[in-house]
Design a protein around this ligand. Structure first.
Ligand SMILES: NC(=O)c1ccc[n+]([C@@H]2O[C@H](COP(=O)([O-])OP(=O)(O)OC[C@H]3O[C@@H](n4cnc5c(N)ncnc54)[C@H](OP(=O)(O)O)[C@@H]3O)[C@@H](O)[C@H]2O)c1
Length: 163
């Protein structure tokens, strides 16, 4: 992981809901634009369930899908069995954990920061985002820049390493 930047990118509704029936509970195109612009050219790592929900590799990015089983994915997807495997296999400087909850839970203690979009409206769900440790502090300048650029309610939480 040396010299690599490691981030979570996620969107949540009220009560930190992030998913329902293995899908996003919303369609929020402005957030999808932000997601695309932010992750393009980088490595993205997702859990097998999130990949199945998306259904295809996302173009312009190194796609890594974590599974403990013998999941067979289409061309353009690297199936991996540990997070370390993705770090070893990519030459990209920026690595994004893009979900789902299982992956967020396992990596939240290790990432440099979190891009978190607050989705407008109220949604029911069956999957929620983990508690964010106190080491994460909002970086006001970066949040302001993101909001201005993408016109969505988004915060950048930096892992300061200090509670
Ligand atoms: N709002 C958002 O930002 C956002 C983003 C992404 C996803 N989501 C939502 O989140 C939900 C899916 O999340 P989820 O937590 O149920 O599943 P997930 O994290 O997408 O996938 C879990 C699977 O990943 C594999 N896995 C996890 N940790 C592993 C490890 N350390 N080593 C090897 N394999 C590992 C396992 O696959 P196997 O069972 O194959 O072993 C596990 O069953 C969906 O509703 C989706 O729409 C929301």
């Amino acid at each position: 992981m040396e010299h690599k930047l490691f981030h979570i990118v996620a969107a949540s509704g009220d009560a930190m809901v992030i998913g329902k029936d293995n899908k996003l509970p919303w369609h929020y195109s402005d957030d999808l634009k932000f997601f695309k612009a932010t992750t393009m050219g980088s490595a993205i790592i997702m859990g097998r369930k999130t990949f199945e929900s998306i259904g295809k590799p996302l173009p312009g990015r190194d796609n890594f899908v974590l599974s403990r089983g013998d999941f067979s994915a289409p061309l353009g997807v690297n199936v991996i069995h540990s997070l370390d495997e993705a770090y070893r296999k990519t030459d990209k400087e920026n690595i994004f954990i893009i979900g789902g909850a299982d992956l967020f839970r396992q990596t939240i203690g290790q990432v440099n920061g979190i891009y978190l979009t607050k989705v407008p409206g109220s949604y029911e769900g069956d999957t929620t985002y983990p508690t964010i440790p106190k080491t994460f502090k909002e970086n006001d300048q970066k949040t302001k820049e993101l909001k201005e650029k993408f016109k969505i309610d988004i915060v950048y939480l930096e892992n300061t390493g200090v509670s």
